[in-house]
Design a protein around this ligand. Sequence first.
Ligand SMILES: NC(=O)c1ccc[n+]([C@@H]2O[C@H](COP(=O)([O-])OP(=O)(O)OC[C@H]3O[C@@H](n4cnc5c(N)ncnc54)[C@H](O)[C@@H]3O)[C@@H](O)[C@H]2O)c1
Length: 455
Amino acid sequence: MSALVASLLERIHSRRARTGVVGLGYVGLPLAVELAKSGFHATGIDLDGRKIDALMRGESYIPDVPGADVKRLREAGTLDGTTDFAVVRELDTINICVPTPLRKTKDPDMSYIVSAVEAIAKYLHPGMLIVLESTTYPGTTDEVVQPLLEATGLKAGEDFFLAFSPERVDPGNPTFQTHNVPKVVGGLTPACAQLAGALYGTAIETIVPVSSTRVAEMVKLLENTFRAVNIGLVNELALMCDRMNIDVWEVVDAAKTKPFGFMAFYPGPGLGGHCIPIDPFYLSWKAKQSGFDPRFIELAGHINGGMPHYVVDKVMDALNTRRKAINGSRVLVAGVAYKRDIDDMRESPALDIMHLLEEKGATVEYVDPYVPEVHGREWPGRRDIRATEITRGTFAQYDCVVIVTDHRTFDYAAMVAEADLIVDTRNAIKTPHPNVFRLGAPRPELAGRAATALA
Ligand SMILES: NC(=O)c1ccc[n+]([C@@H]2O[C@H](COP(=O)([O-])OP(=O)(O)OC[C@H]3O[C@@H](n4cnc5c(N)ncnc54)[C@H](O)[C@@H]3O)[C@@H](O)[C@H]2O)c1
């Protein structure tokens, strides 16, 4: 073992290593807090001065990170934030958690990783450990990050250490958070893997070492492609069930009683969030570079991408039963976050659904306790829109209410009692009701017939 490895290992085990996290968003802030909680001094670096200001005031801006934790760690002097990369001079370890979006052409946008790594490279010094956590295509760590860092003259695996470890955070999940989700770690060399494993081992319960950075990169893409493809499958099943007057929700719930060989996925209005709609395209882009044409990813993307159109068709069908057209109707979208009980709207299908409805002439409003405002730049409708306040009788004021996100705080009983029509894309209203059109389920007048006959 080299002296540099031994020294960093000792600093990690004794918690004297100065840790840093670049990119303090949904992934980076929880990680910085976990590192500080496990006894390290942690410094967050972000270009967004508002996030750093909030952190320095001892406030959390990520719902899964309790404000009390940030406050306590700030008061203890173990958590700091800055917009200035010069602090890298003082750091022993850095985890990079910057965004990896897609370009409009569905090609990976590496610009955030490149700019963060270039900024780190200016202050890279011998003995440092750099770990990339951003979701990305296999080969990023050794093809993109390593050359940028080695341009300093220092050599990866000898002078500094480089690893990839995918983030698996599930925003809004109360059971699994950073500390108890097993962490896959792949190093450029065995020493790189050992150091990264040691760092995570101080804050995370289970470490899963793999043989290379490329395996670790591919693990994350398999996990998210698995979700995208299975959601595509169950969405296609929902479209079939719609034609065949079968309740897809009942089918999935019965199928999941099989104790082996089946895993339940549910249909919905389309994919959302920073990961599932995006990550599989990182894989297909890279596979195409190797002359391989991945078909499952494209097919699932096609089916999932069509779901907002199907929801709008469902609204049209529902209005048709009242002899109304979408054009001129007032439609209320319930829930614009991409999933239940969170405030994140990125890639949310609700934004497409609102736009498609407006294009067809509907007057669209929305309610969402987590999202007070949607800015024009955040959705294709291009106008600022504020959440409608829910008071008694609100739901009665619309021709149709579309449940796009099934937040637990919505009063579904009031919705059913007040609304003339509801299109439910999440099976939030489980029992058949004459006013409720559920995605992938028989029309209200046909629903519940067999059940009634059996009873
Ligand atoms: N959000 C999730 O649920 C989730 C889950 C698993 C993996 N991931 C992956 O983790 C990565 C980060 O995702 P996120 O959701 O935390 O993103 P985010 O947008 O919430 O946070 C990213 C942060 O990086 C900052 N940033 C951008 N460029 C920077 C730079 N050059 N230097 C310093 N800071 C910079 C931004 O200001 C922002 O605060 C992505 O690759 C994503 O795919 C996200």
